[in-house]
Each structure stands twice: as C-alpha cells, then as structure tokens.
Design a protein around this ligand. Structure first.
Ligand code: SF4
Ligand code: SF4
Length: 482
C-alpha cells in the first residue's frame, strides 16, 4: 500500500459580499491625482478607476500629435479598497499633499460580541478564506494574561531545537487521534473488542449546528462533506445523519428516546444527557447500548463539577466517548472555565484508572487554534467547534450568552462547494498552527499532549509563585522583616 501523508487541501475561497475591516482610508478633495499612493501601498488599496487609459494613449492611437499628458489627465483614483488595508500608514506618509488619512470603521465593532470580538472574527475569516496561518508583521498584540485560555501558556522550550527540516518536512508530526473505547487489553471473544476506536486525521470535529440552523440542508451537507474530506466527524441531527448514511456522520439524539428509521444502526451516535437527571444517566446509556450494541455512543453532558462522579460511573460501565460541553463563552453550568473543569474530569478519570480507555470531546467557546492546543493540554482528546465554523461561513452579527447564540436576521449559508472549502481551510489553518505548537513543544504526536499539564503554565499560579518570592523583601508583608 502506498504511503499517504495526511494533508488538508486548502484554496483561497473568499465570501464575495462579506467585508469586515477596521480602518477606513479617506482621500480628501485636495488630492492631485498623482498616483503615488498606488505605488506606495503593498496591498492594492489604491487603484485608478477601472478600464482607464491615459488621455495621451487615445490621442496617439488616433494619430494625433499629443502634447503629452499629466496626472490631471489620468482617470481619477478609485475609492480605496478598505478591506485590504493593514494600517501601515505608508501611503499617508508618501502622499505629497497630505490628502490621505485613516479612521476607524464604525461598522467594525458591530460584529460579534465581547467574547467573539471583531478581531477574533477577522482572524477566523482570514483562516477560512485562505487556509493560512494568520501572521501579523507587527507580532503578537493580544493579552499575555487573563481569564480562561488567556491565562494558559504552553511550554515551547523545545523551540530552540527545531527538527532538521521543519514541521512539514520528513520528520512528520502526527495529528491523528483515536476516538472510542480503547480497552487496556484485547480479550479473546470479548464483546468489548467490538467497540473499536476510529481514527480521525486531526483532533477536531464539527459540533451540531445551533437551533437556528438545526435542519439547514446546505449547512449539514457542507459540514459532512468537509468532515469526509478531512477525515473527521460531523455531529448532525439524527434525521439528517440517517438521510446521509455516512460513517463520518454522528447521529445526535436529544435524549435517550432513540427515534431511528435507518435499516442499519448508526456507526456513532450521541445521546444528550444534559437535560436528564444525573441519576438517570446510567439507565439512558444502558438502553442505548442494549439497542445498538455495536454502535459507538457519545454521551453529551453539560460539564460541571457535580457531573464528574457520574462521568466516572459511566466510564466504569463501559461508556466510550464523553462530549463535555460548556456554553458558547467557554463557561460550565457552575461558572467554571471549560479548561478548569476539563482538568478536573481528566484527573478524576486518571484516579479511577479509566482515562486511557475513554475519549473526551470538549466543546464551547473554542474559537482559535490556540484553544485547540490548550484544551488538549487540559485533558481533551478532541474538540468540537461550532461558532467558529458559523463565522467561517459568514455569520458575523450575533450575540452569545450562557444559553446559546442569537443571530441578527436569517442565517444564509454559502453554497456547499464554497462552504466545504472554507471549512477545510479553517481546519487546515488550525492544524498548521497545532503543528507549529507541537513542533515548538518538541512533540511528535498530538496524543502525547492530552492532559500533559506539566507542559503548560498557568498565569495565576506563576503570579502566586512570583509574589511569594518577593514577599519577604517587603516590610509591610513580613512581621519578621529585618
Ligand atoms: S498620493 Fe495623495 S495626491 Fe497622490 S493620488 Fe494618492 S491621495 Fe491623491
Ligand atoms: S495604510 Fe498601508 S495598507 Fe493601508 S492603504 Fe495605506 S499603504 Fe496601503
């Protein structure tokens, strides 16, 4: 069999009518039409009106002797293409008459909310348009400390020892993950062997669409086709999954009343236990396994501390995959950040000796490639994205809260051929960023990263340690000082 290295094919795929930009380039009336800004701008913001030819050319073609032409004869400069501007100020400095200025675009801040900021949305749009890693020439301008994901740093000490020919070279780094029950040993004739794990090309799946787009045909078709192309899974409403009949579709049931008309049992299904009483969880799981013994069952649970003993209980009973969900703002129902709750769940399963046997899928508020790496370090095997893919498909005017996401107006998704490529671009960009992180951490396999809290630093803990170091030096803090 020919060796095939896993790769996501990315391709520039713009959404024509979606323009989000921070800066407006203003050209005042004193412009002398010299065109210097056109030469100065590296991003083609300034251009002359289309289909122009200098006055002198017309005259020459007509065989008329010309006296030459000047800037004033040239077609006028077109309106600046604001969306291309990177706010470098080069044209402003070069304009000989001071006709150019930059100002903030008031529309920019109307996209997203305080969690999914316009900057976050811009980044996801860039990633899903180009499939490339967003790199800013001005370097990282985000916070180095803060709540949740911003308070976690990854240990990139191995960055001083890069591989011989880079992360895309011969020494490949694997982003493949196994999802499903992984028994510690294969027992001859045991039914546990049947619950074989499946391999995904990367630790990312597409979560169920939110209520406002739950049965949108374009969206479910696009998610599934993208999942098939990049070897991952799309979580779909059970009826949609039944229609599609693909091994990449996870049939999602709202509870354990399993309404399924397909001739064969689904390969993977999800039962959502979030609304069920915790005491009923074991019975729901047992009922599902009794109905479809060969089906991998993903148990969706709204993550909170009180749920963790029940998660361990279900793992003891043989549950294969847990989908631990938080709100779209990465908060659990008891107010913890997703990453904190994940660490607790991971530790509880390790203590019970069951961690290696089950898969943890985390979802909620995962909107950047770094969130993928940080969630894995905190104990997730795989993440499920949702709002991030909606943004990639052009949903940018929305608000989120603990309950969900609310959009302005109807959701209109692009045609599948565009949507699929943009979803693949997003996944490709995030995978490349994950490879960069793994390379810098000296890891060859993303599965080694799961729960490796020793390779991350928490800003909160570092601050405590740092303050403790200096405390005795401050007279007001130490009664024994001096
Ligand atoms: S450089 Fe200034 S004067 Fe020349 S075309 Fe541009 S805006 Fe007008
Ligand atoms: S500020 Fe820079 S990127 Fe923006 S229009 Fe001027 S030269 Fe181009």
């Amino acid at each position: 069999m020919k060796y095939h290295r896993y790769h996501i094919n990315t391709k520039n795929t713009p959404l024509e009518d979606l323009l989000i930009f921070k800066t407006v380039v203003n050209r005042s009336e004193i412009c002398i039409n010299c065109g210097i800004c056109q030469t100065a701008c590296p991003y083609d913001v300034h251009e002359r009106n289309a289909n122009f030819r200098a006055v002198g050319v017309h005259e020459q073609e007509a065989g008329i002797a010309t006296k030459g032409w000047s800037w004033f004869d040239m077609p006028k400069m077109a309106s600046p293409k604001n969306a291309n501007c990177t706010t470098c100020f080069h044209c402003v400095n070069e304009c000989p008459v001071g006709a150019l200025s930059l100002s903030s675009n008031p529309d920019y801040k109307t996209h997203g909310d305080d969690y999914y900021t316009p900057g976050t949305i811009e980044t996801v749009l860039f990633e899903s348009k180009t499939g490339r890693v967003p790199v800013s020439g001005a370097g990282y301008r985000g916070p180095f400390a803060g709540e949740g994901f911003d308070g976690i740093w990854t240990d990139m000490s191995e960055i001083v020892r890069p591989t011989r020919d880079g992360i895309h070279g011969r020494e490949s780094i694997s982003t493949a993950v196994m999802i499903g029950r992984k028994p510690k040993k294969i027992l001859p004739g045991s039914s546990q062997n049947a619950a074989a794990a499946v391999e995904l090309g990367l630790p990312l799946v597409f979560n169920e669409p939110p209520a406002f787009a739950a049965r949108d045909k374009n969206l479910s078709q696009s998610l599934l086709r993208a999942a098939e192309d990049i070897q991952t899974l799309a979580l779909l409403d059970a009826d949609d999954a039944q229609e599609k009949s693909s091994p990449h579709a996870v049939a999602c049931f709202k509870n354990s009343s399993l309404s399924w008309k397909g001739p064969e049992a689904p390969k993977i299904c999800q039962i959502d236990l979030s609304a069920q009483k915790m005491n009923d969880w074991p019975a729901c799981w047992e009922k599902t396994k009794a109905t479809w013994p060969q089906t991998m069952v993903m148990v969706k649970i709204a993550l909170e501390n009180a749920a963790i003993p029940q998660i361990v209980r279900l793992a003891e009973m043989g549950a294969e995959i847990f989908h631990l969900s938080a709100s779209p703002r990465a908060k659990t129902t008891d107010g913890l950040h997703l990453t904190q709750a994940l660490r607790t769940a991971d530790e509880a399963l390790i203590e019970a000796g069951l961690r290696d046997e089950v898969t943890l899928v985390a979802s909620g508020g995962l909107t950047a490639a770094e969130h993928l790496a940080k969630s894995i370090l905190c104990g997730a095997d795989v993440i499920a994205i949702d709002v991030a893919y909606l943004i990639a498909l052009g949903v940018t005017r929305f608000k989120t809260d603990g309950a969900g996401i609310e959009i302005e107006g109807p959701a209109i998704f692009p045609a599948p051929h565009i949507a699929v490529q943009r979803l693949k671009n997003l996944a490709g960009s995030w995978r490349d960023q994950l490879l960069e992180i793994l390379g810098a951490m000296g890891m060859r396999d993303v599965q080694r990263m799961t729960g490796d809290t020793g390779r991350m630093m928490l800003n909160e803990e570092l601050e405590k340690e740092f303050k403790a170091l200096f405390k005795p030096m401050r007279k007001q803090d130490d009664p024994n000082y001096g």
